[in-house]
Write a protein that binds this ligand. Structure first.
Ligand code: GDD
Ligand code: MN
Length: 228
């Protein structure tokens, strides 16, 4: 089994080196064959150049530079296009999604088509998020639940078989490409609980604009569900 892990980055200079190193350490320790694909949107803080310099050390590190900030979901779609594996993983670069969990999520992909890291199940939790962010997340999940059968429809930590998105029209709007895939590809899903930890370094890119994007995405997914 070969896996491509996509790391979208925008201004992650404090995180990029340690997250890449940690993922390759987990690969080695667990005998996982795979590549890491950084998709950087010309980060003003120089993340792209740091990622590029790491390629000397890691031959299975690919770095794709886009001209300007174009969103998390679209960065993931770009990463998929250049990936060399049948299994795709998606993670944040800020350690909110713990690399040591990679092997347990990957193991499950043999039995299904999409594995989600779930915060909202026994054994999963969220550490050090503000009350406001928790409420926004719960509300977002409540709104998404009628169209997808999972306990964490807005999770950004997931692995899937690339074949499930073949011939599907995925919209790159906003942050929630996982939800888009779950609704449009109807994969067989397995959930693995994990602890989401708020970032310690750098700034979140989540803004009210993303809430608006999410609501538009939901609207179009509801329409999709009823056949429009
Ligand atoms: N290339 C690129 N372009 N990367 C981006 C962009 C963009 O426009 N916007 C964000 N990213 C990257 C960040 O650098 C980070 O690696 C990752 O995407 C997630 O961004 P954060 O800013 O850390 O997001 P968050 O912690 O607020 O949101 C998370 O919460 C959700 C769970 O409710 C993300 O983890 C989501 O993936 C997750 O679904
Ligand atoms: Mn984050």
């Amino acid at each position: 089994m070969h896996v491509s892990i996509i790391l979208p980055t925008y201004n992650e200079k404090e995180n990029i080196q340690i997250i890449t190193t940690e993922i390759f350490r987990v690969f080695k320790k667990n005998k996982i064959k795979g590549e890491v694909i950084v998709v950087d949107d010309n980060s003003p803080d120089g993340t792209g150049a740091i990622a590029e310099s790491l390629r000397k050390r890691y031959k299975n590190l690919l770095v794709f530079h886009r001209k300007k900030k174009a969103g998390l979901s679209s960065a993931v779609l770009t990463g998929i296009k250049i990936s060399n594996s049948d299994i795709i993983g998606v993670m944040d670069a800020d350690f909110s999604h713990p690399p040591p969990k990679i092997p347990s999520l990957l193991k499950k992909i043999k039995t299904c088509e999409l594995v989600i890291g779930t915060r909202y199940a026994k054994g999963g939790k969220i550490k050090s998020w503000s009350m406001l962010r928790k409420i926004v997340s719960l509300a977002a999940n409540l709104l998404a639940k009628p169209i997808v059968k999972t306990r964490d429809p807005t999770s950004g930590f997931f692995f899937f078989k690339k074949e499930i998105i073949q011939n599907k029209k995925l919209s790159p709007r906003g942050f929630k490409i996982g939800l888009e895939i779950m609704v449009k590809c109807e994969p067989k899903i397995v959930e693995v609980p994990y602890t989401f930890t708020s970032r310690r370094m750098g700034k979140s890119k989540f803004t009210f604009k993303e809430i608006f994007n999410f609501l538009l995405q939901l609207f179009s997914l509801y329409l999709f569900k009823i056949g429009f």
